[in-house]
Design a protein around this ligand. Structure first.
Ligand code: PFF
Ligand code: NA
Length: 454
């Protein structure tokens, strides 16, 4: 087959691809969600299940996404069409691409609302708002933010513009340049915070909490949460990895790069836990505080500690950068689609998507105040979007993708793209994609849905 090229460009080398995809993967999921769901699900046992999900389901499906993208060299919708026709299949398979692009768009809208909160906390840390603040007061502060649609709207808008500024530059001048600056900054900030948390005197207590294995803590529910999170954290099922894969140099090995990305994402999640829990314990706060862990508990903790203002600022800066690089990858697939499909320039494509995502986000943001009474299936818009994407669209997208790659896509095309020299490795991966991943996702998806709706 003659090799295709993306009209959007190609990453300079495999490390740029690894870092860009890691930028997509590392986000609020690692620093906000992972620590609090670990806290809620009792620690070590949950972490173990999560690691198994990443290895057995996340990595194989991520390889599937990357290989479809690189094979087709175009946006997720077209990529499904191109690889399906190459395999002699119906172009109806592009429905998977549609669902992925839609999920990405919906996630973008509420992700940028939460990212807006993060920006607000960066400002708060700079002002020193949290110095010597008590827990109730910090909780009240957070409530105040949620009750203030104007303030949220301002930060939400700032964040959407930041994302557009990068995406409009395209693969090399936008995404790649941002990656080169932001990813080293992200790792440096994380290392600084780990060092800080080491000085709290409660570091081992944090480790103990994360890695202490108590099987009696394991419930079905925590398994469901772990699987759902393994999709979200690796940016699967939304076309992000597929789009980034379409800019991947032909010479890079898909298995090796994907494993590096999953490893880095996991490392950051664990490091974030190791940075956060000692700070929580040092201030005798509750690790199981739920979503408020980052927005209420941590500011209180920072406010009581020596150097807390500086490190609190660095912490929220880290979260902001991580959310930024993730949101970029949420906008890129749809942008690529508009550019290819409607032959638009990047600028109008970004303006259209930015405006649409922004407007959709306004509905989510209103969920906490003026639109609080507007319910879909008994949920606010924010909760509804979170529920529909994380619990329905992502698992379904992953399931169909695994079935497509494992059972339908032409095997020779797959082998050509993966270029694995080791036969055993290939068979292992293929077996997991055909059997283990779809069965695991289907079971957990059904149970999850049953539980939520029953
Ligand atoms: N992986 C990101 C996180 O863990 O925060 C979230 C995300 C980004 C999901 C981009 C999907 C995506 F396309
Ligand atoms: Na992540």
């Amino acid at each position: 087959m003659q090799e295709r090229h993306s009209i959007h460009g190609t990453w300079a080398n495999r490390w740029i691809f690894i870092l860009a995809a890691t930028g997509s993967a590392v986000g609020l999921g690692n620093i906000w969600k992972f620590p609090y769901i670990t806290g809620e699900n009792g620690g070590g046992a949950f972490v173990l299940v999560y690691l198994v999900c990443i290895l057995l389901v996340g990595v194989p499906i991520m390889m599937g996404e990357a290989l479809i993208g690189r094979r087709a060299r175009c946006n997720p919708v077209n990529a499904m069409k191109v690889t399906a026709s190459e395999s002699g299949l119906s172009t109806g398979w592009q429905a998977i691409g549609w669902m992925a692009a839609l999920a990405g768009f919906l996630i973008f809208s509420f992700y940028s609302v939460v990212a807006g909160w993060v920006l607000n906390y960066i400002a708060g840390m700079v002002r020193g708002d949290y110095i010597d603040m008590g827990r109730e007061q910090a909780a009240a502060q957070f409530e105040l933010l949620l009750a203030d649609p104007k303030l949220m709207l301002a930060w939400h808008s700032v964040f959407v513009v930041l994302v557009m500024l990068v995406v409009v530059g395209g693969v090399n001048k936008g995404l790649e340049r941002a990656t080169r600056i932001m990813m080293p900054a992200l790792f440096a900030l994380l290392a600084l915070l780990l060092g800080y948390s080491f000085t709290t005197g409660h570091f081992t207590q944090g480790l103990e909490f994360l890695f202490h294995f108590a099987p009696e803590d394991l419930t079905w529910d925590s398994v469901l949460v772990a699987l759902g999170h393994s999709f979200f954290t690796l940016s699967l099922g939304m076309g992000a990895i597929l789009a980034y894969g379409s800019y991947m140099p032909k010479s890079a090995s898909i298995g090796g790069t994907v494993m590096t990305i999953a490893f880095l994402d996991t490392l950051v999640a664990l490091a974030a836990g190791m940075a956060i829990f000692p700070i929580v314990f040092a201030n005798e706060l509750d690790p199981g505080a739920g979503p408020g862990l980052m927005f209420i508990t941590l500011p209180v903790a920072f406010g009581q500690m020596p150097g807390g203002q500086l490190f609190g600022f660095l912490f929220f800066l880290l979260v902001g950068v991580a959310a930024w690089t993730s949101a970029i990858s949420l906008m890129e697939p749809a942008t690529a689609w508009l550019v290819e499909r409607l032959k638009l320039e990047r600028l109008p494509a970004c303006l259209i998507l930015g405006a649409a995502g922004w407007a959709m986000g306004v509905l989510s943001l209103g969920s906490f105040n003026v639109l609080a009474d507007f319910k879909l299936l008994g949920m606010t818009t924010f909760d509804f979007l979170d529920f529909v994407t994380a619990n329905i669209m992502l698992p379904l997208g992953g399931l169909f993708l695994a079935i497509y790659v494992g059972w339908f896509m032409q095997r020779t095309a797959i082998m050509d793209e993966l270029a694995m020299k080791n036969r055993l490795h290939f068979n292992l991966w293929y077996g997991v994609v055909r059997f283990v991943a779809p069965v695991a996702v289907a079971i957990i998806f059904a149970l999850n849905l049953y539980q939520k709706l029953a």
